[in-house]
Design a protein around this ligand. Sequence first.
Ligand code: SF4
Length: 237
Amino acid sequence: MRASKPKKPKTFAPSLAGRCLRYAVMDLLGFGRMLSEDTLTAMRAGSSWHRTFQSRLVHEGEVLGLEVPIKNEELGISGRIDAVIKEHDKMVAVEYKTVYADKYRQIEEHGPLFDHWAQLALYVNLGRYERGRLIVDNRESEERLTFGLLPSTEWETWLIVRIQLARRYQLQRMLPSREISLRCLHCDRWQRCFKTEEERAQMVQSHPLWEPNPPLPEQYFTAGAYGILSEPTEHSN
Ligand code: SF4
């Protein structure tokens, strides 16, 4: 009997870039998520919005590609960029998100959500694009917000360190410590971190601020992006 080939470790999805390290490692180790019916409905609606966005984009500008692969063998990253466009001779990676009205207002006031921004930063800094553009649509109105991102060595370093850390834990099949913050209240893997909702609420109350290691890139706060770090991720895509 032929020995079966050893399974390749799961790749790091760009959408994990801005998540808690423990969450990212759970994903790499194949842990399930607790998705509510509301979340699943929102995800399906999000996919449909994405298709509409991409089909309109094709008629609007110089689109070089849709669902453009991004791969980095060394870091074990694999994913797809919503679109790549050419603008003033620059290659621009485009990330499209939709959110409900309450979240939209927060983004309008405080800037992009960290998860969205980090995902785009990964495309730009590790995919070597000259610009990044985040487009956020309000699912309940015709409104749209657009943010631009430039390459930054600070982001590049932060992303590489976080991804390498996650990969190390993945290879050791170990979970890192919790990164407790308000984000735990919306995490769809929280049962792996707390025994009860009461315990979670207490721990979050005593440590509401997310303090990842290494600390968040300063550029996130200085480039007009002040997105709150307590955002629910379940109603965005
Ligand atoms: S519950 Fe909190 S610490 Fe646990 S994986 Fe989710 S965000 Fe991270």
